[in-house]
Write a protein that binds this ligand. Structure first.
Ligand SMILES: Cc1cc2nc3c(=O)[nH]c(=O)nc-3n(C[C@H](O)[C@H](O)[C@H](O)COP(=O)(O)OP(=O)(O)OC[C@H]3O[C@@H](n4cnc5c(N)ncnc54)[C@H](O)[C@@H]3O)c2cc1C
Length: 251
């Protein structure tokens, strides 16, 4: 029996696995897919992320340093207002590699991480929790026992449902798309109006804007993204011209 079984090895699960393993507990992390994929994130993060990662991670993960924002107040074709700060505001990172880095850090701390393991049942007993797990290359499910289970399985959490924890009061729906627009890198685009996905949107993008939930829409290229909590869209972009004008250099 493991001290902890962690369901879901995204950033939360991997971080928890690492901390628990470092504290001397036996830890198993179960990830239903492959660590880091499919990508569901623009990789726009606060600068303190590096405090939670191994020292060498920045060289592999960092894509852009963000110093400013370009505000669109009247739709995507409107005039913009560009603001800069002297200090770095946020970073854009390789999110797939982030998840892999965090999972490897957990492994290095002693946690066992298994991919292709989907938790389908959570049975709380007096002295243990028994998980039913479907394994990618096996026909029959297996049972795994733990003293404690950490449900780190994202917004549609199987663990939360199984132990009847309350659902969140609000869920934000996201759409992620890629663009080959020029990447300006040192600032993000903030759209203060809601993007019209019916214009040139793929069918897969439309349902999110018709769910009735508040939209959370993202558009990105390999190093660029739009992030829109509450109808606000941010797009980290790279511009050699803007960067050299401001004298910002990547470390
Ligand atoms: C389109 C979009 C863009 C975003 N952009 C940004 C951004 O730019 N910056 C930012 O900070 N945040 C962004 N976010 C939010 C960010 O992705 C999440 O906050 C973050 O991933 C949450 O991490 P987590 O570990 O809690 O969950 P997740 O990253 O969702 O990890 C949960 C893991 O659990 C696994 N799992 C699920 N069910 C099971 C099961 N039954 N058994 C085993 N494994 C299971 C999943 O496969 C997944 O790997 C974005 C989200 C979306 C949808």
């Amino acid at each position: 029996m493991y001290d902890f079984v962690i369901v879901g090895v995204g950033p939360a699960g991997a971080r928890f696995a690492r901390r628990a393993a470092e504290s001397g507990y036996s830890v198993l992390g179960l990830e239903k897919g492959t660590i880091g994929t499919p990508l569901a994130c623009s990789g726009h993060v606060s600068t303190d992320i590096w405090d939670y990662l191994p020292d060498a991670a920045e060289d592999n993960l960092l894509q852009n340093r963000v110093y400013g924002a370009n505000f669109y107040t009247g739709g995507p074709d409107s005039e913009t207002n560009l603001f800069y700060k002297t200090d770095e505001i946020s970073n854009v990172i390789d999110r797939v590699e982030l998840d892999r880095t965090l999972a490897n850090a957990a492994r290095n701390a002693g946690a066992e991480i298994r991919e292709g393991h989907t938790v389908t049942g959570v049975d709380e007993r007096d002295d243990r929790v028994v998980l039913t797990v479907s394994v990618a290359d096996k026909n029959d499910p297996v049972e795994i026992e733990a003293r404690m289970v950490a449900g780190c399985d994202g917004p549609v959490s199987r663990v939360r449902q199984a132990v009847e924890l309350p659902e969140p009061e609000e869920k934000l729906h996201g759409v992620l798309a890629f663009t080959d627009e020029e990447d300006h890198g040192d600032h993000v685009d903030v759209h203060l109006t809601s993007h019209d996905f019916s214009r040139g949107a793929s069918p897969a993008a439309r349902p999110a804007s018709s769910t009735g939930s508040r939209p959370h829409r993202v558009r990105m290229s390999t190093t660029a993204s739009r992030f829109s909590p509450n109808s606000t869209m941010l797009r980290p972009t790279t511009s050699a011209r803007a960067r050299s004008r401001l004298g910002h250099r990547r470390r």
